[in-house]
Unconditional design. Structure first.
Ligand code: OAD
Length: 256
């Protein structure tokens, strides 16, 4: 396999050496880690647009209140497309590392569930899950979000089984707070030895702030991304290339 364009083997070796030392590893992933699985990113190549609307305009409480059926059609279409996507070699590599390293946390901004399907341990869903629903009606925020893995929901918009009001996707929308327990766990995870930011443009907060926070805690911060990002200036090492190409090249066990 040829090295990805612009990828320096010495940089790859540096990350490999740090991983082989058995670090406390924390990983932040974004849409780019799922690109090779066929999931469009939000900010590139026409991703993020649906029927002429921007994802940022659909993924809001205001959009849902104004037209729940429309917002649910968008999520329904995404669920149906995601249901046929498979984890790619980047997800698979992270899943292996999650089982081999004793202190491992993966913070994902993705709602697609592909890290979990790859078997990754200790995943923090920073922006929730598209496979969860929760009540948007009078009993919000109870009951707890419930899982529904059916690619196509039988009735749109779906209803809350407890109160009969509207159900909403179990994701974090623009303008909403991150679930406090998830935020606290992510903030704790930046206190690590090695922090990888993979496939994220690092422009959406508070996730984008985790890179600088990890560095402030003394972590060695690495970016894996084919393009420069909002976080590139605050990392110690940049690996330019697709995650599905770079991550499987890195051996965790020292060669004998
Ligand atoms: P973006 O779409 O903003 O950025 C995707 C990143 O992935 C870009 O930096 C690409 O260069 C990179 N990329 C593309 N292909 C890649 C590959 N094969 N390997 C590695 N990287 C690749 O997605 P996010 O940063 O995840 O929030 O966006 C953050 C948040 O903004 C999302 O969680 C969502 C969105 O609006 C909410 O919905 C709240």
């Amino acid at each position: 396999m040829a090295l990805a364009a612009g990828l320096d083997p010495l940089r790859l070796a540096e990350l490999e050496a740090r991983l082989q030392a058995g670090p406390r590893l924390s990983v932040l992933t974004g849409a780019g880690v799922s690109a090779a699985s066929g999931v469009p990113t939000y900010r590139g190549g026409g991703g993020g647009m649906w029927r002429g609307r921007r994802a940022q305009d659909l993924a809001t409480r205001e959009a849902f209140v104004a037209d729940p059926a429309l917002v649910w059609e968008w999520y329904d279409e995404r669920r149906r497309r995601l249901a046929v996507c498979q984890p790619n070699p980047a997800h698979a590599t992270l899943a292996v590392w999650s089982r081999q390293l004793s202190v491992f946390t993966l913070i994902t901004q993705n709602v697609d569930g592909l890290h979990e399907r790859a078997g990754t341990r200790n995943v923090l869903r920073f922006h929730g899950s598209i496979w969860h629903l929760r009540c948007a009606g009078s009993c919000w925020p109870a009951p707890a979000p419930w899982e529904d893995l059916r690619p196509a929901l039988p009735v749109l918009p779906p209803r809350c089984p407890a109160c009969g009001g509207l159900a909403r996707p179990g994701v974090v929308w623009f303008g909403e707070a991150i679930e406090p327990s998830v935020l606290a766990a992510a903030e704790a995870a930046v206190d690590c030895d090695l922090f990888l930011a993979i496939g994220t443009s690092a422009v959406v907060w508070p996730a984008a702030g985790l890179l600088a926070a990890a560095r402030a805690c003394g972590a060695f911060v690495v970016e894996v991304n084919p393009e420069p990002t909002g976080g590139s200036h605050e990392v110690d090492l940049v690996l330019r290339g697709p995650a599905e190409d770079i991550l499987p090249r890195i051996r965790l066990a020292p060669s004998s």
